[in-house]
Design a protein around this ligand. Structure first.
Ligand code: FE
Ligand code: FE
Ligand code: ZN
Length: 277
């Protein structure tokens, strides 16, 4: 079974996203919990959430993925920015409980010159302050391209963060194909090698979602510019290898390619056609 979807606008609520996803052949989706640049989130409409949950069940949707705002930086050197990150994630995770058992993804952060070790400590501190025992959401660290002082370019850094978190069973990883290829993991020529390394360092059981994006830039360029599937340096075949890899079955695949709905529909159709059930 292949659960595949794309990033959708959350401005019209959950049921709207569910119906929009279905209309383009998707059975999962990603959305921002609030404006990606930050700011207050809209109040949860419980009726809307309830209708969506029914809709998702009827249509056999896979897990959906909420994405934290880009401005969230748990390891900033500014206390105010760290506080914003803490309060935003706290609030997001409370809101996530209206849709129990789903996924919440965030960019680990940029240490802005403080160094990786201090950055990782700050991220761990934040996670330990916001996770609680009875929560049902799994919080995912996204693999990053290593642009600027981004933390999370290497599997080792992600593992180090997870190791510091007390409630480890709440933690997982979202693998972004553009980011790891940009980050220097060769999923085109050595997908098995990359997955083995992930398994050895983090453990494949932590891999809970895949962001499927081609890259505008060559291997190991640390740039993070997404391209349409099959039109970048990664290419369609590598994507097909990923969705069909025996070790990656059951993991939801989300497109974040530069597309409108019709473009996403085509990519989903192409990938579904290449999926060997
Ligand atoms: Fe992201
Ligand atoms: Fe991503
Ligand atoms: Zn990206």
């Amino acid at each position: 079974m292949l659960n595949i979807g794309c990033h959708l606008s959350s401005s019209k609520g959950y049921l709207h996203m569910g119906k929009e996803a279905k209309s383009i052949g998707a059975d999962t989706f990603q959305f921002f919990t609030r404006n990606p640049r930050g700011g207050a989130a809209k109040a949860i409409d419980e009726e809307d959430v309830k209708s969506f949950l029914d809709f998702a069940k009827e249509n056999n949707f896979g897990k959906i993925l909420a994405h934290a705002p880009y401005t969230l930086n748990a390891c900033s050197d500014k206390e105010q920015t760290r506080e914003f990150a803490l309060n935003t994630m706290k609030d997001d995770l409370l809101r996530m409980e209206y849709t129990p058992g789903q996924l919440y993804n965030f960019h680990p952060g940029s240490h802005v010159g403080q160094g990786v070790e201090i950055g990782i400590d700050l991220i761990i501190k934040q996670l330990n302050a916001v996770l609680w025992e009875d929560m049902t959401t799994t919080v995912l660290l996204e693999t990053m391209a290593g642009k600027g002082s981004e933390i999370g370019r290497t599997f080792e850094e992600l593992k180090q963060i997870i190791d510091g978190v007390h409630l480890k069973d709440k933690m997982g990883v979202c693998l972004d194909t553009c980011h790891i290829y940009d980050g220097g993991y060769d999923i085109v020529n050595d997908l098995d090698g990359v997955l083995n390394e992930f398994d050895k360092i983090i453990g494949l059981d932590r891999l809970k979602a895949i962001h499927m994006n081609d890259s505008k830039n060559p291997f190991a360029s640390h740039k993070d510019r997404h391209e349409k599937i099959g039109e970048g340096s990664i290419g369609l075949q590598a994507m097909v290898n990923i969705i069909n890899h025996p070790k990656l079955q059951g993991i939801p695949v989300l497109l974040e390619t530069p597309n409108e709905l019709d473009g996403y529909a085509k990519e989903i159709e192409t990938l579904r056609a290449a999926y060997k059930d």
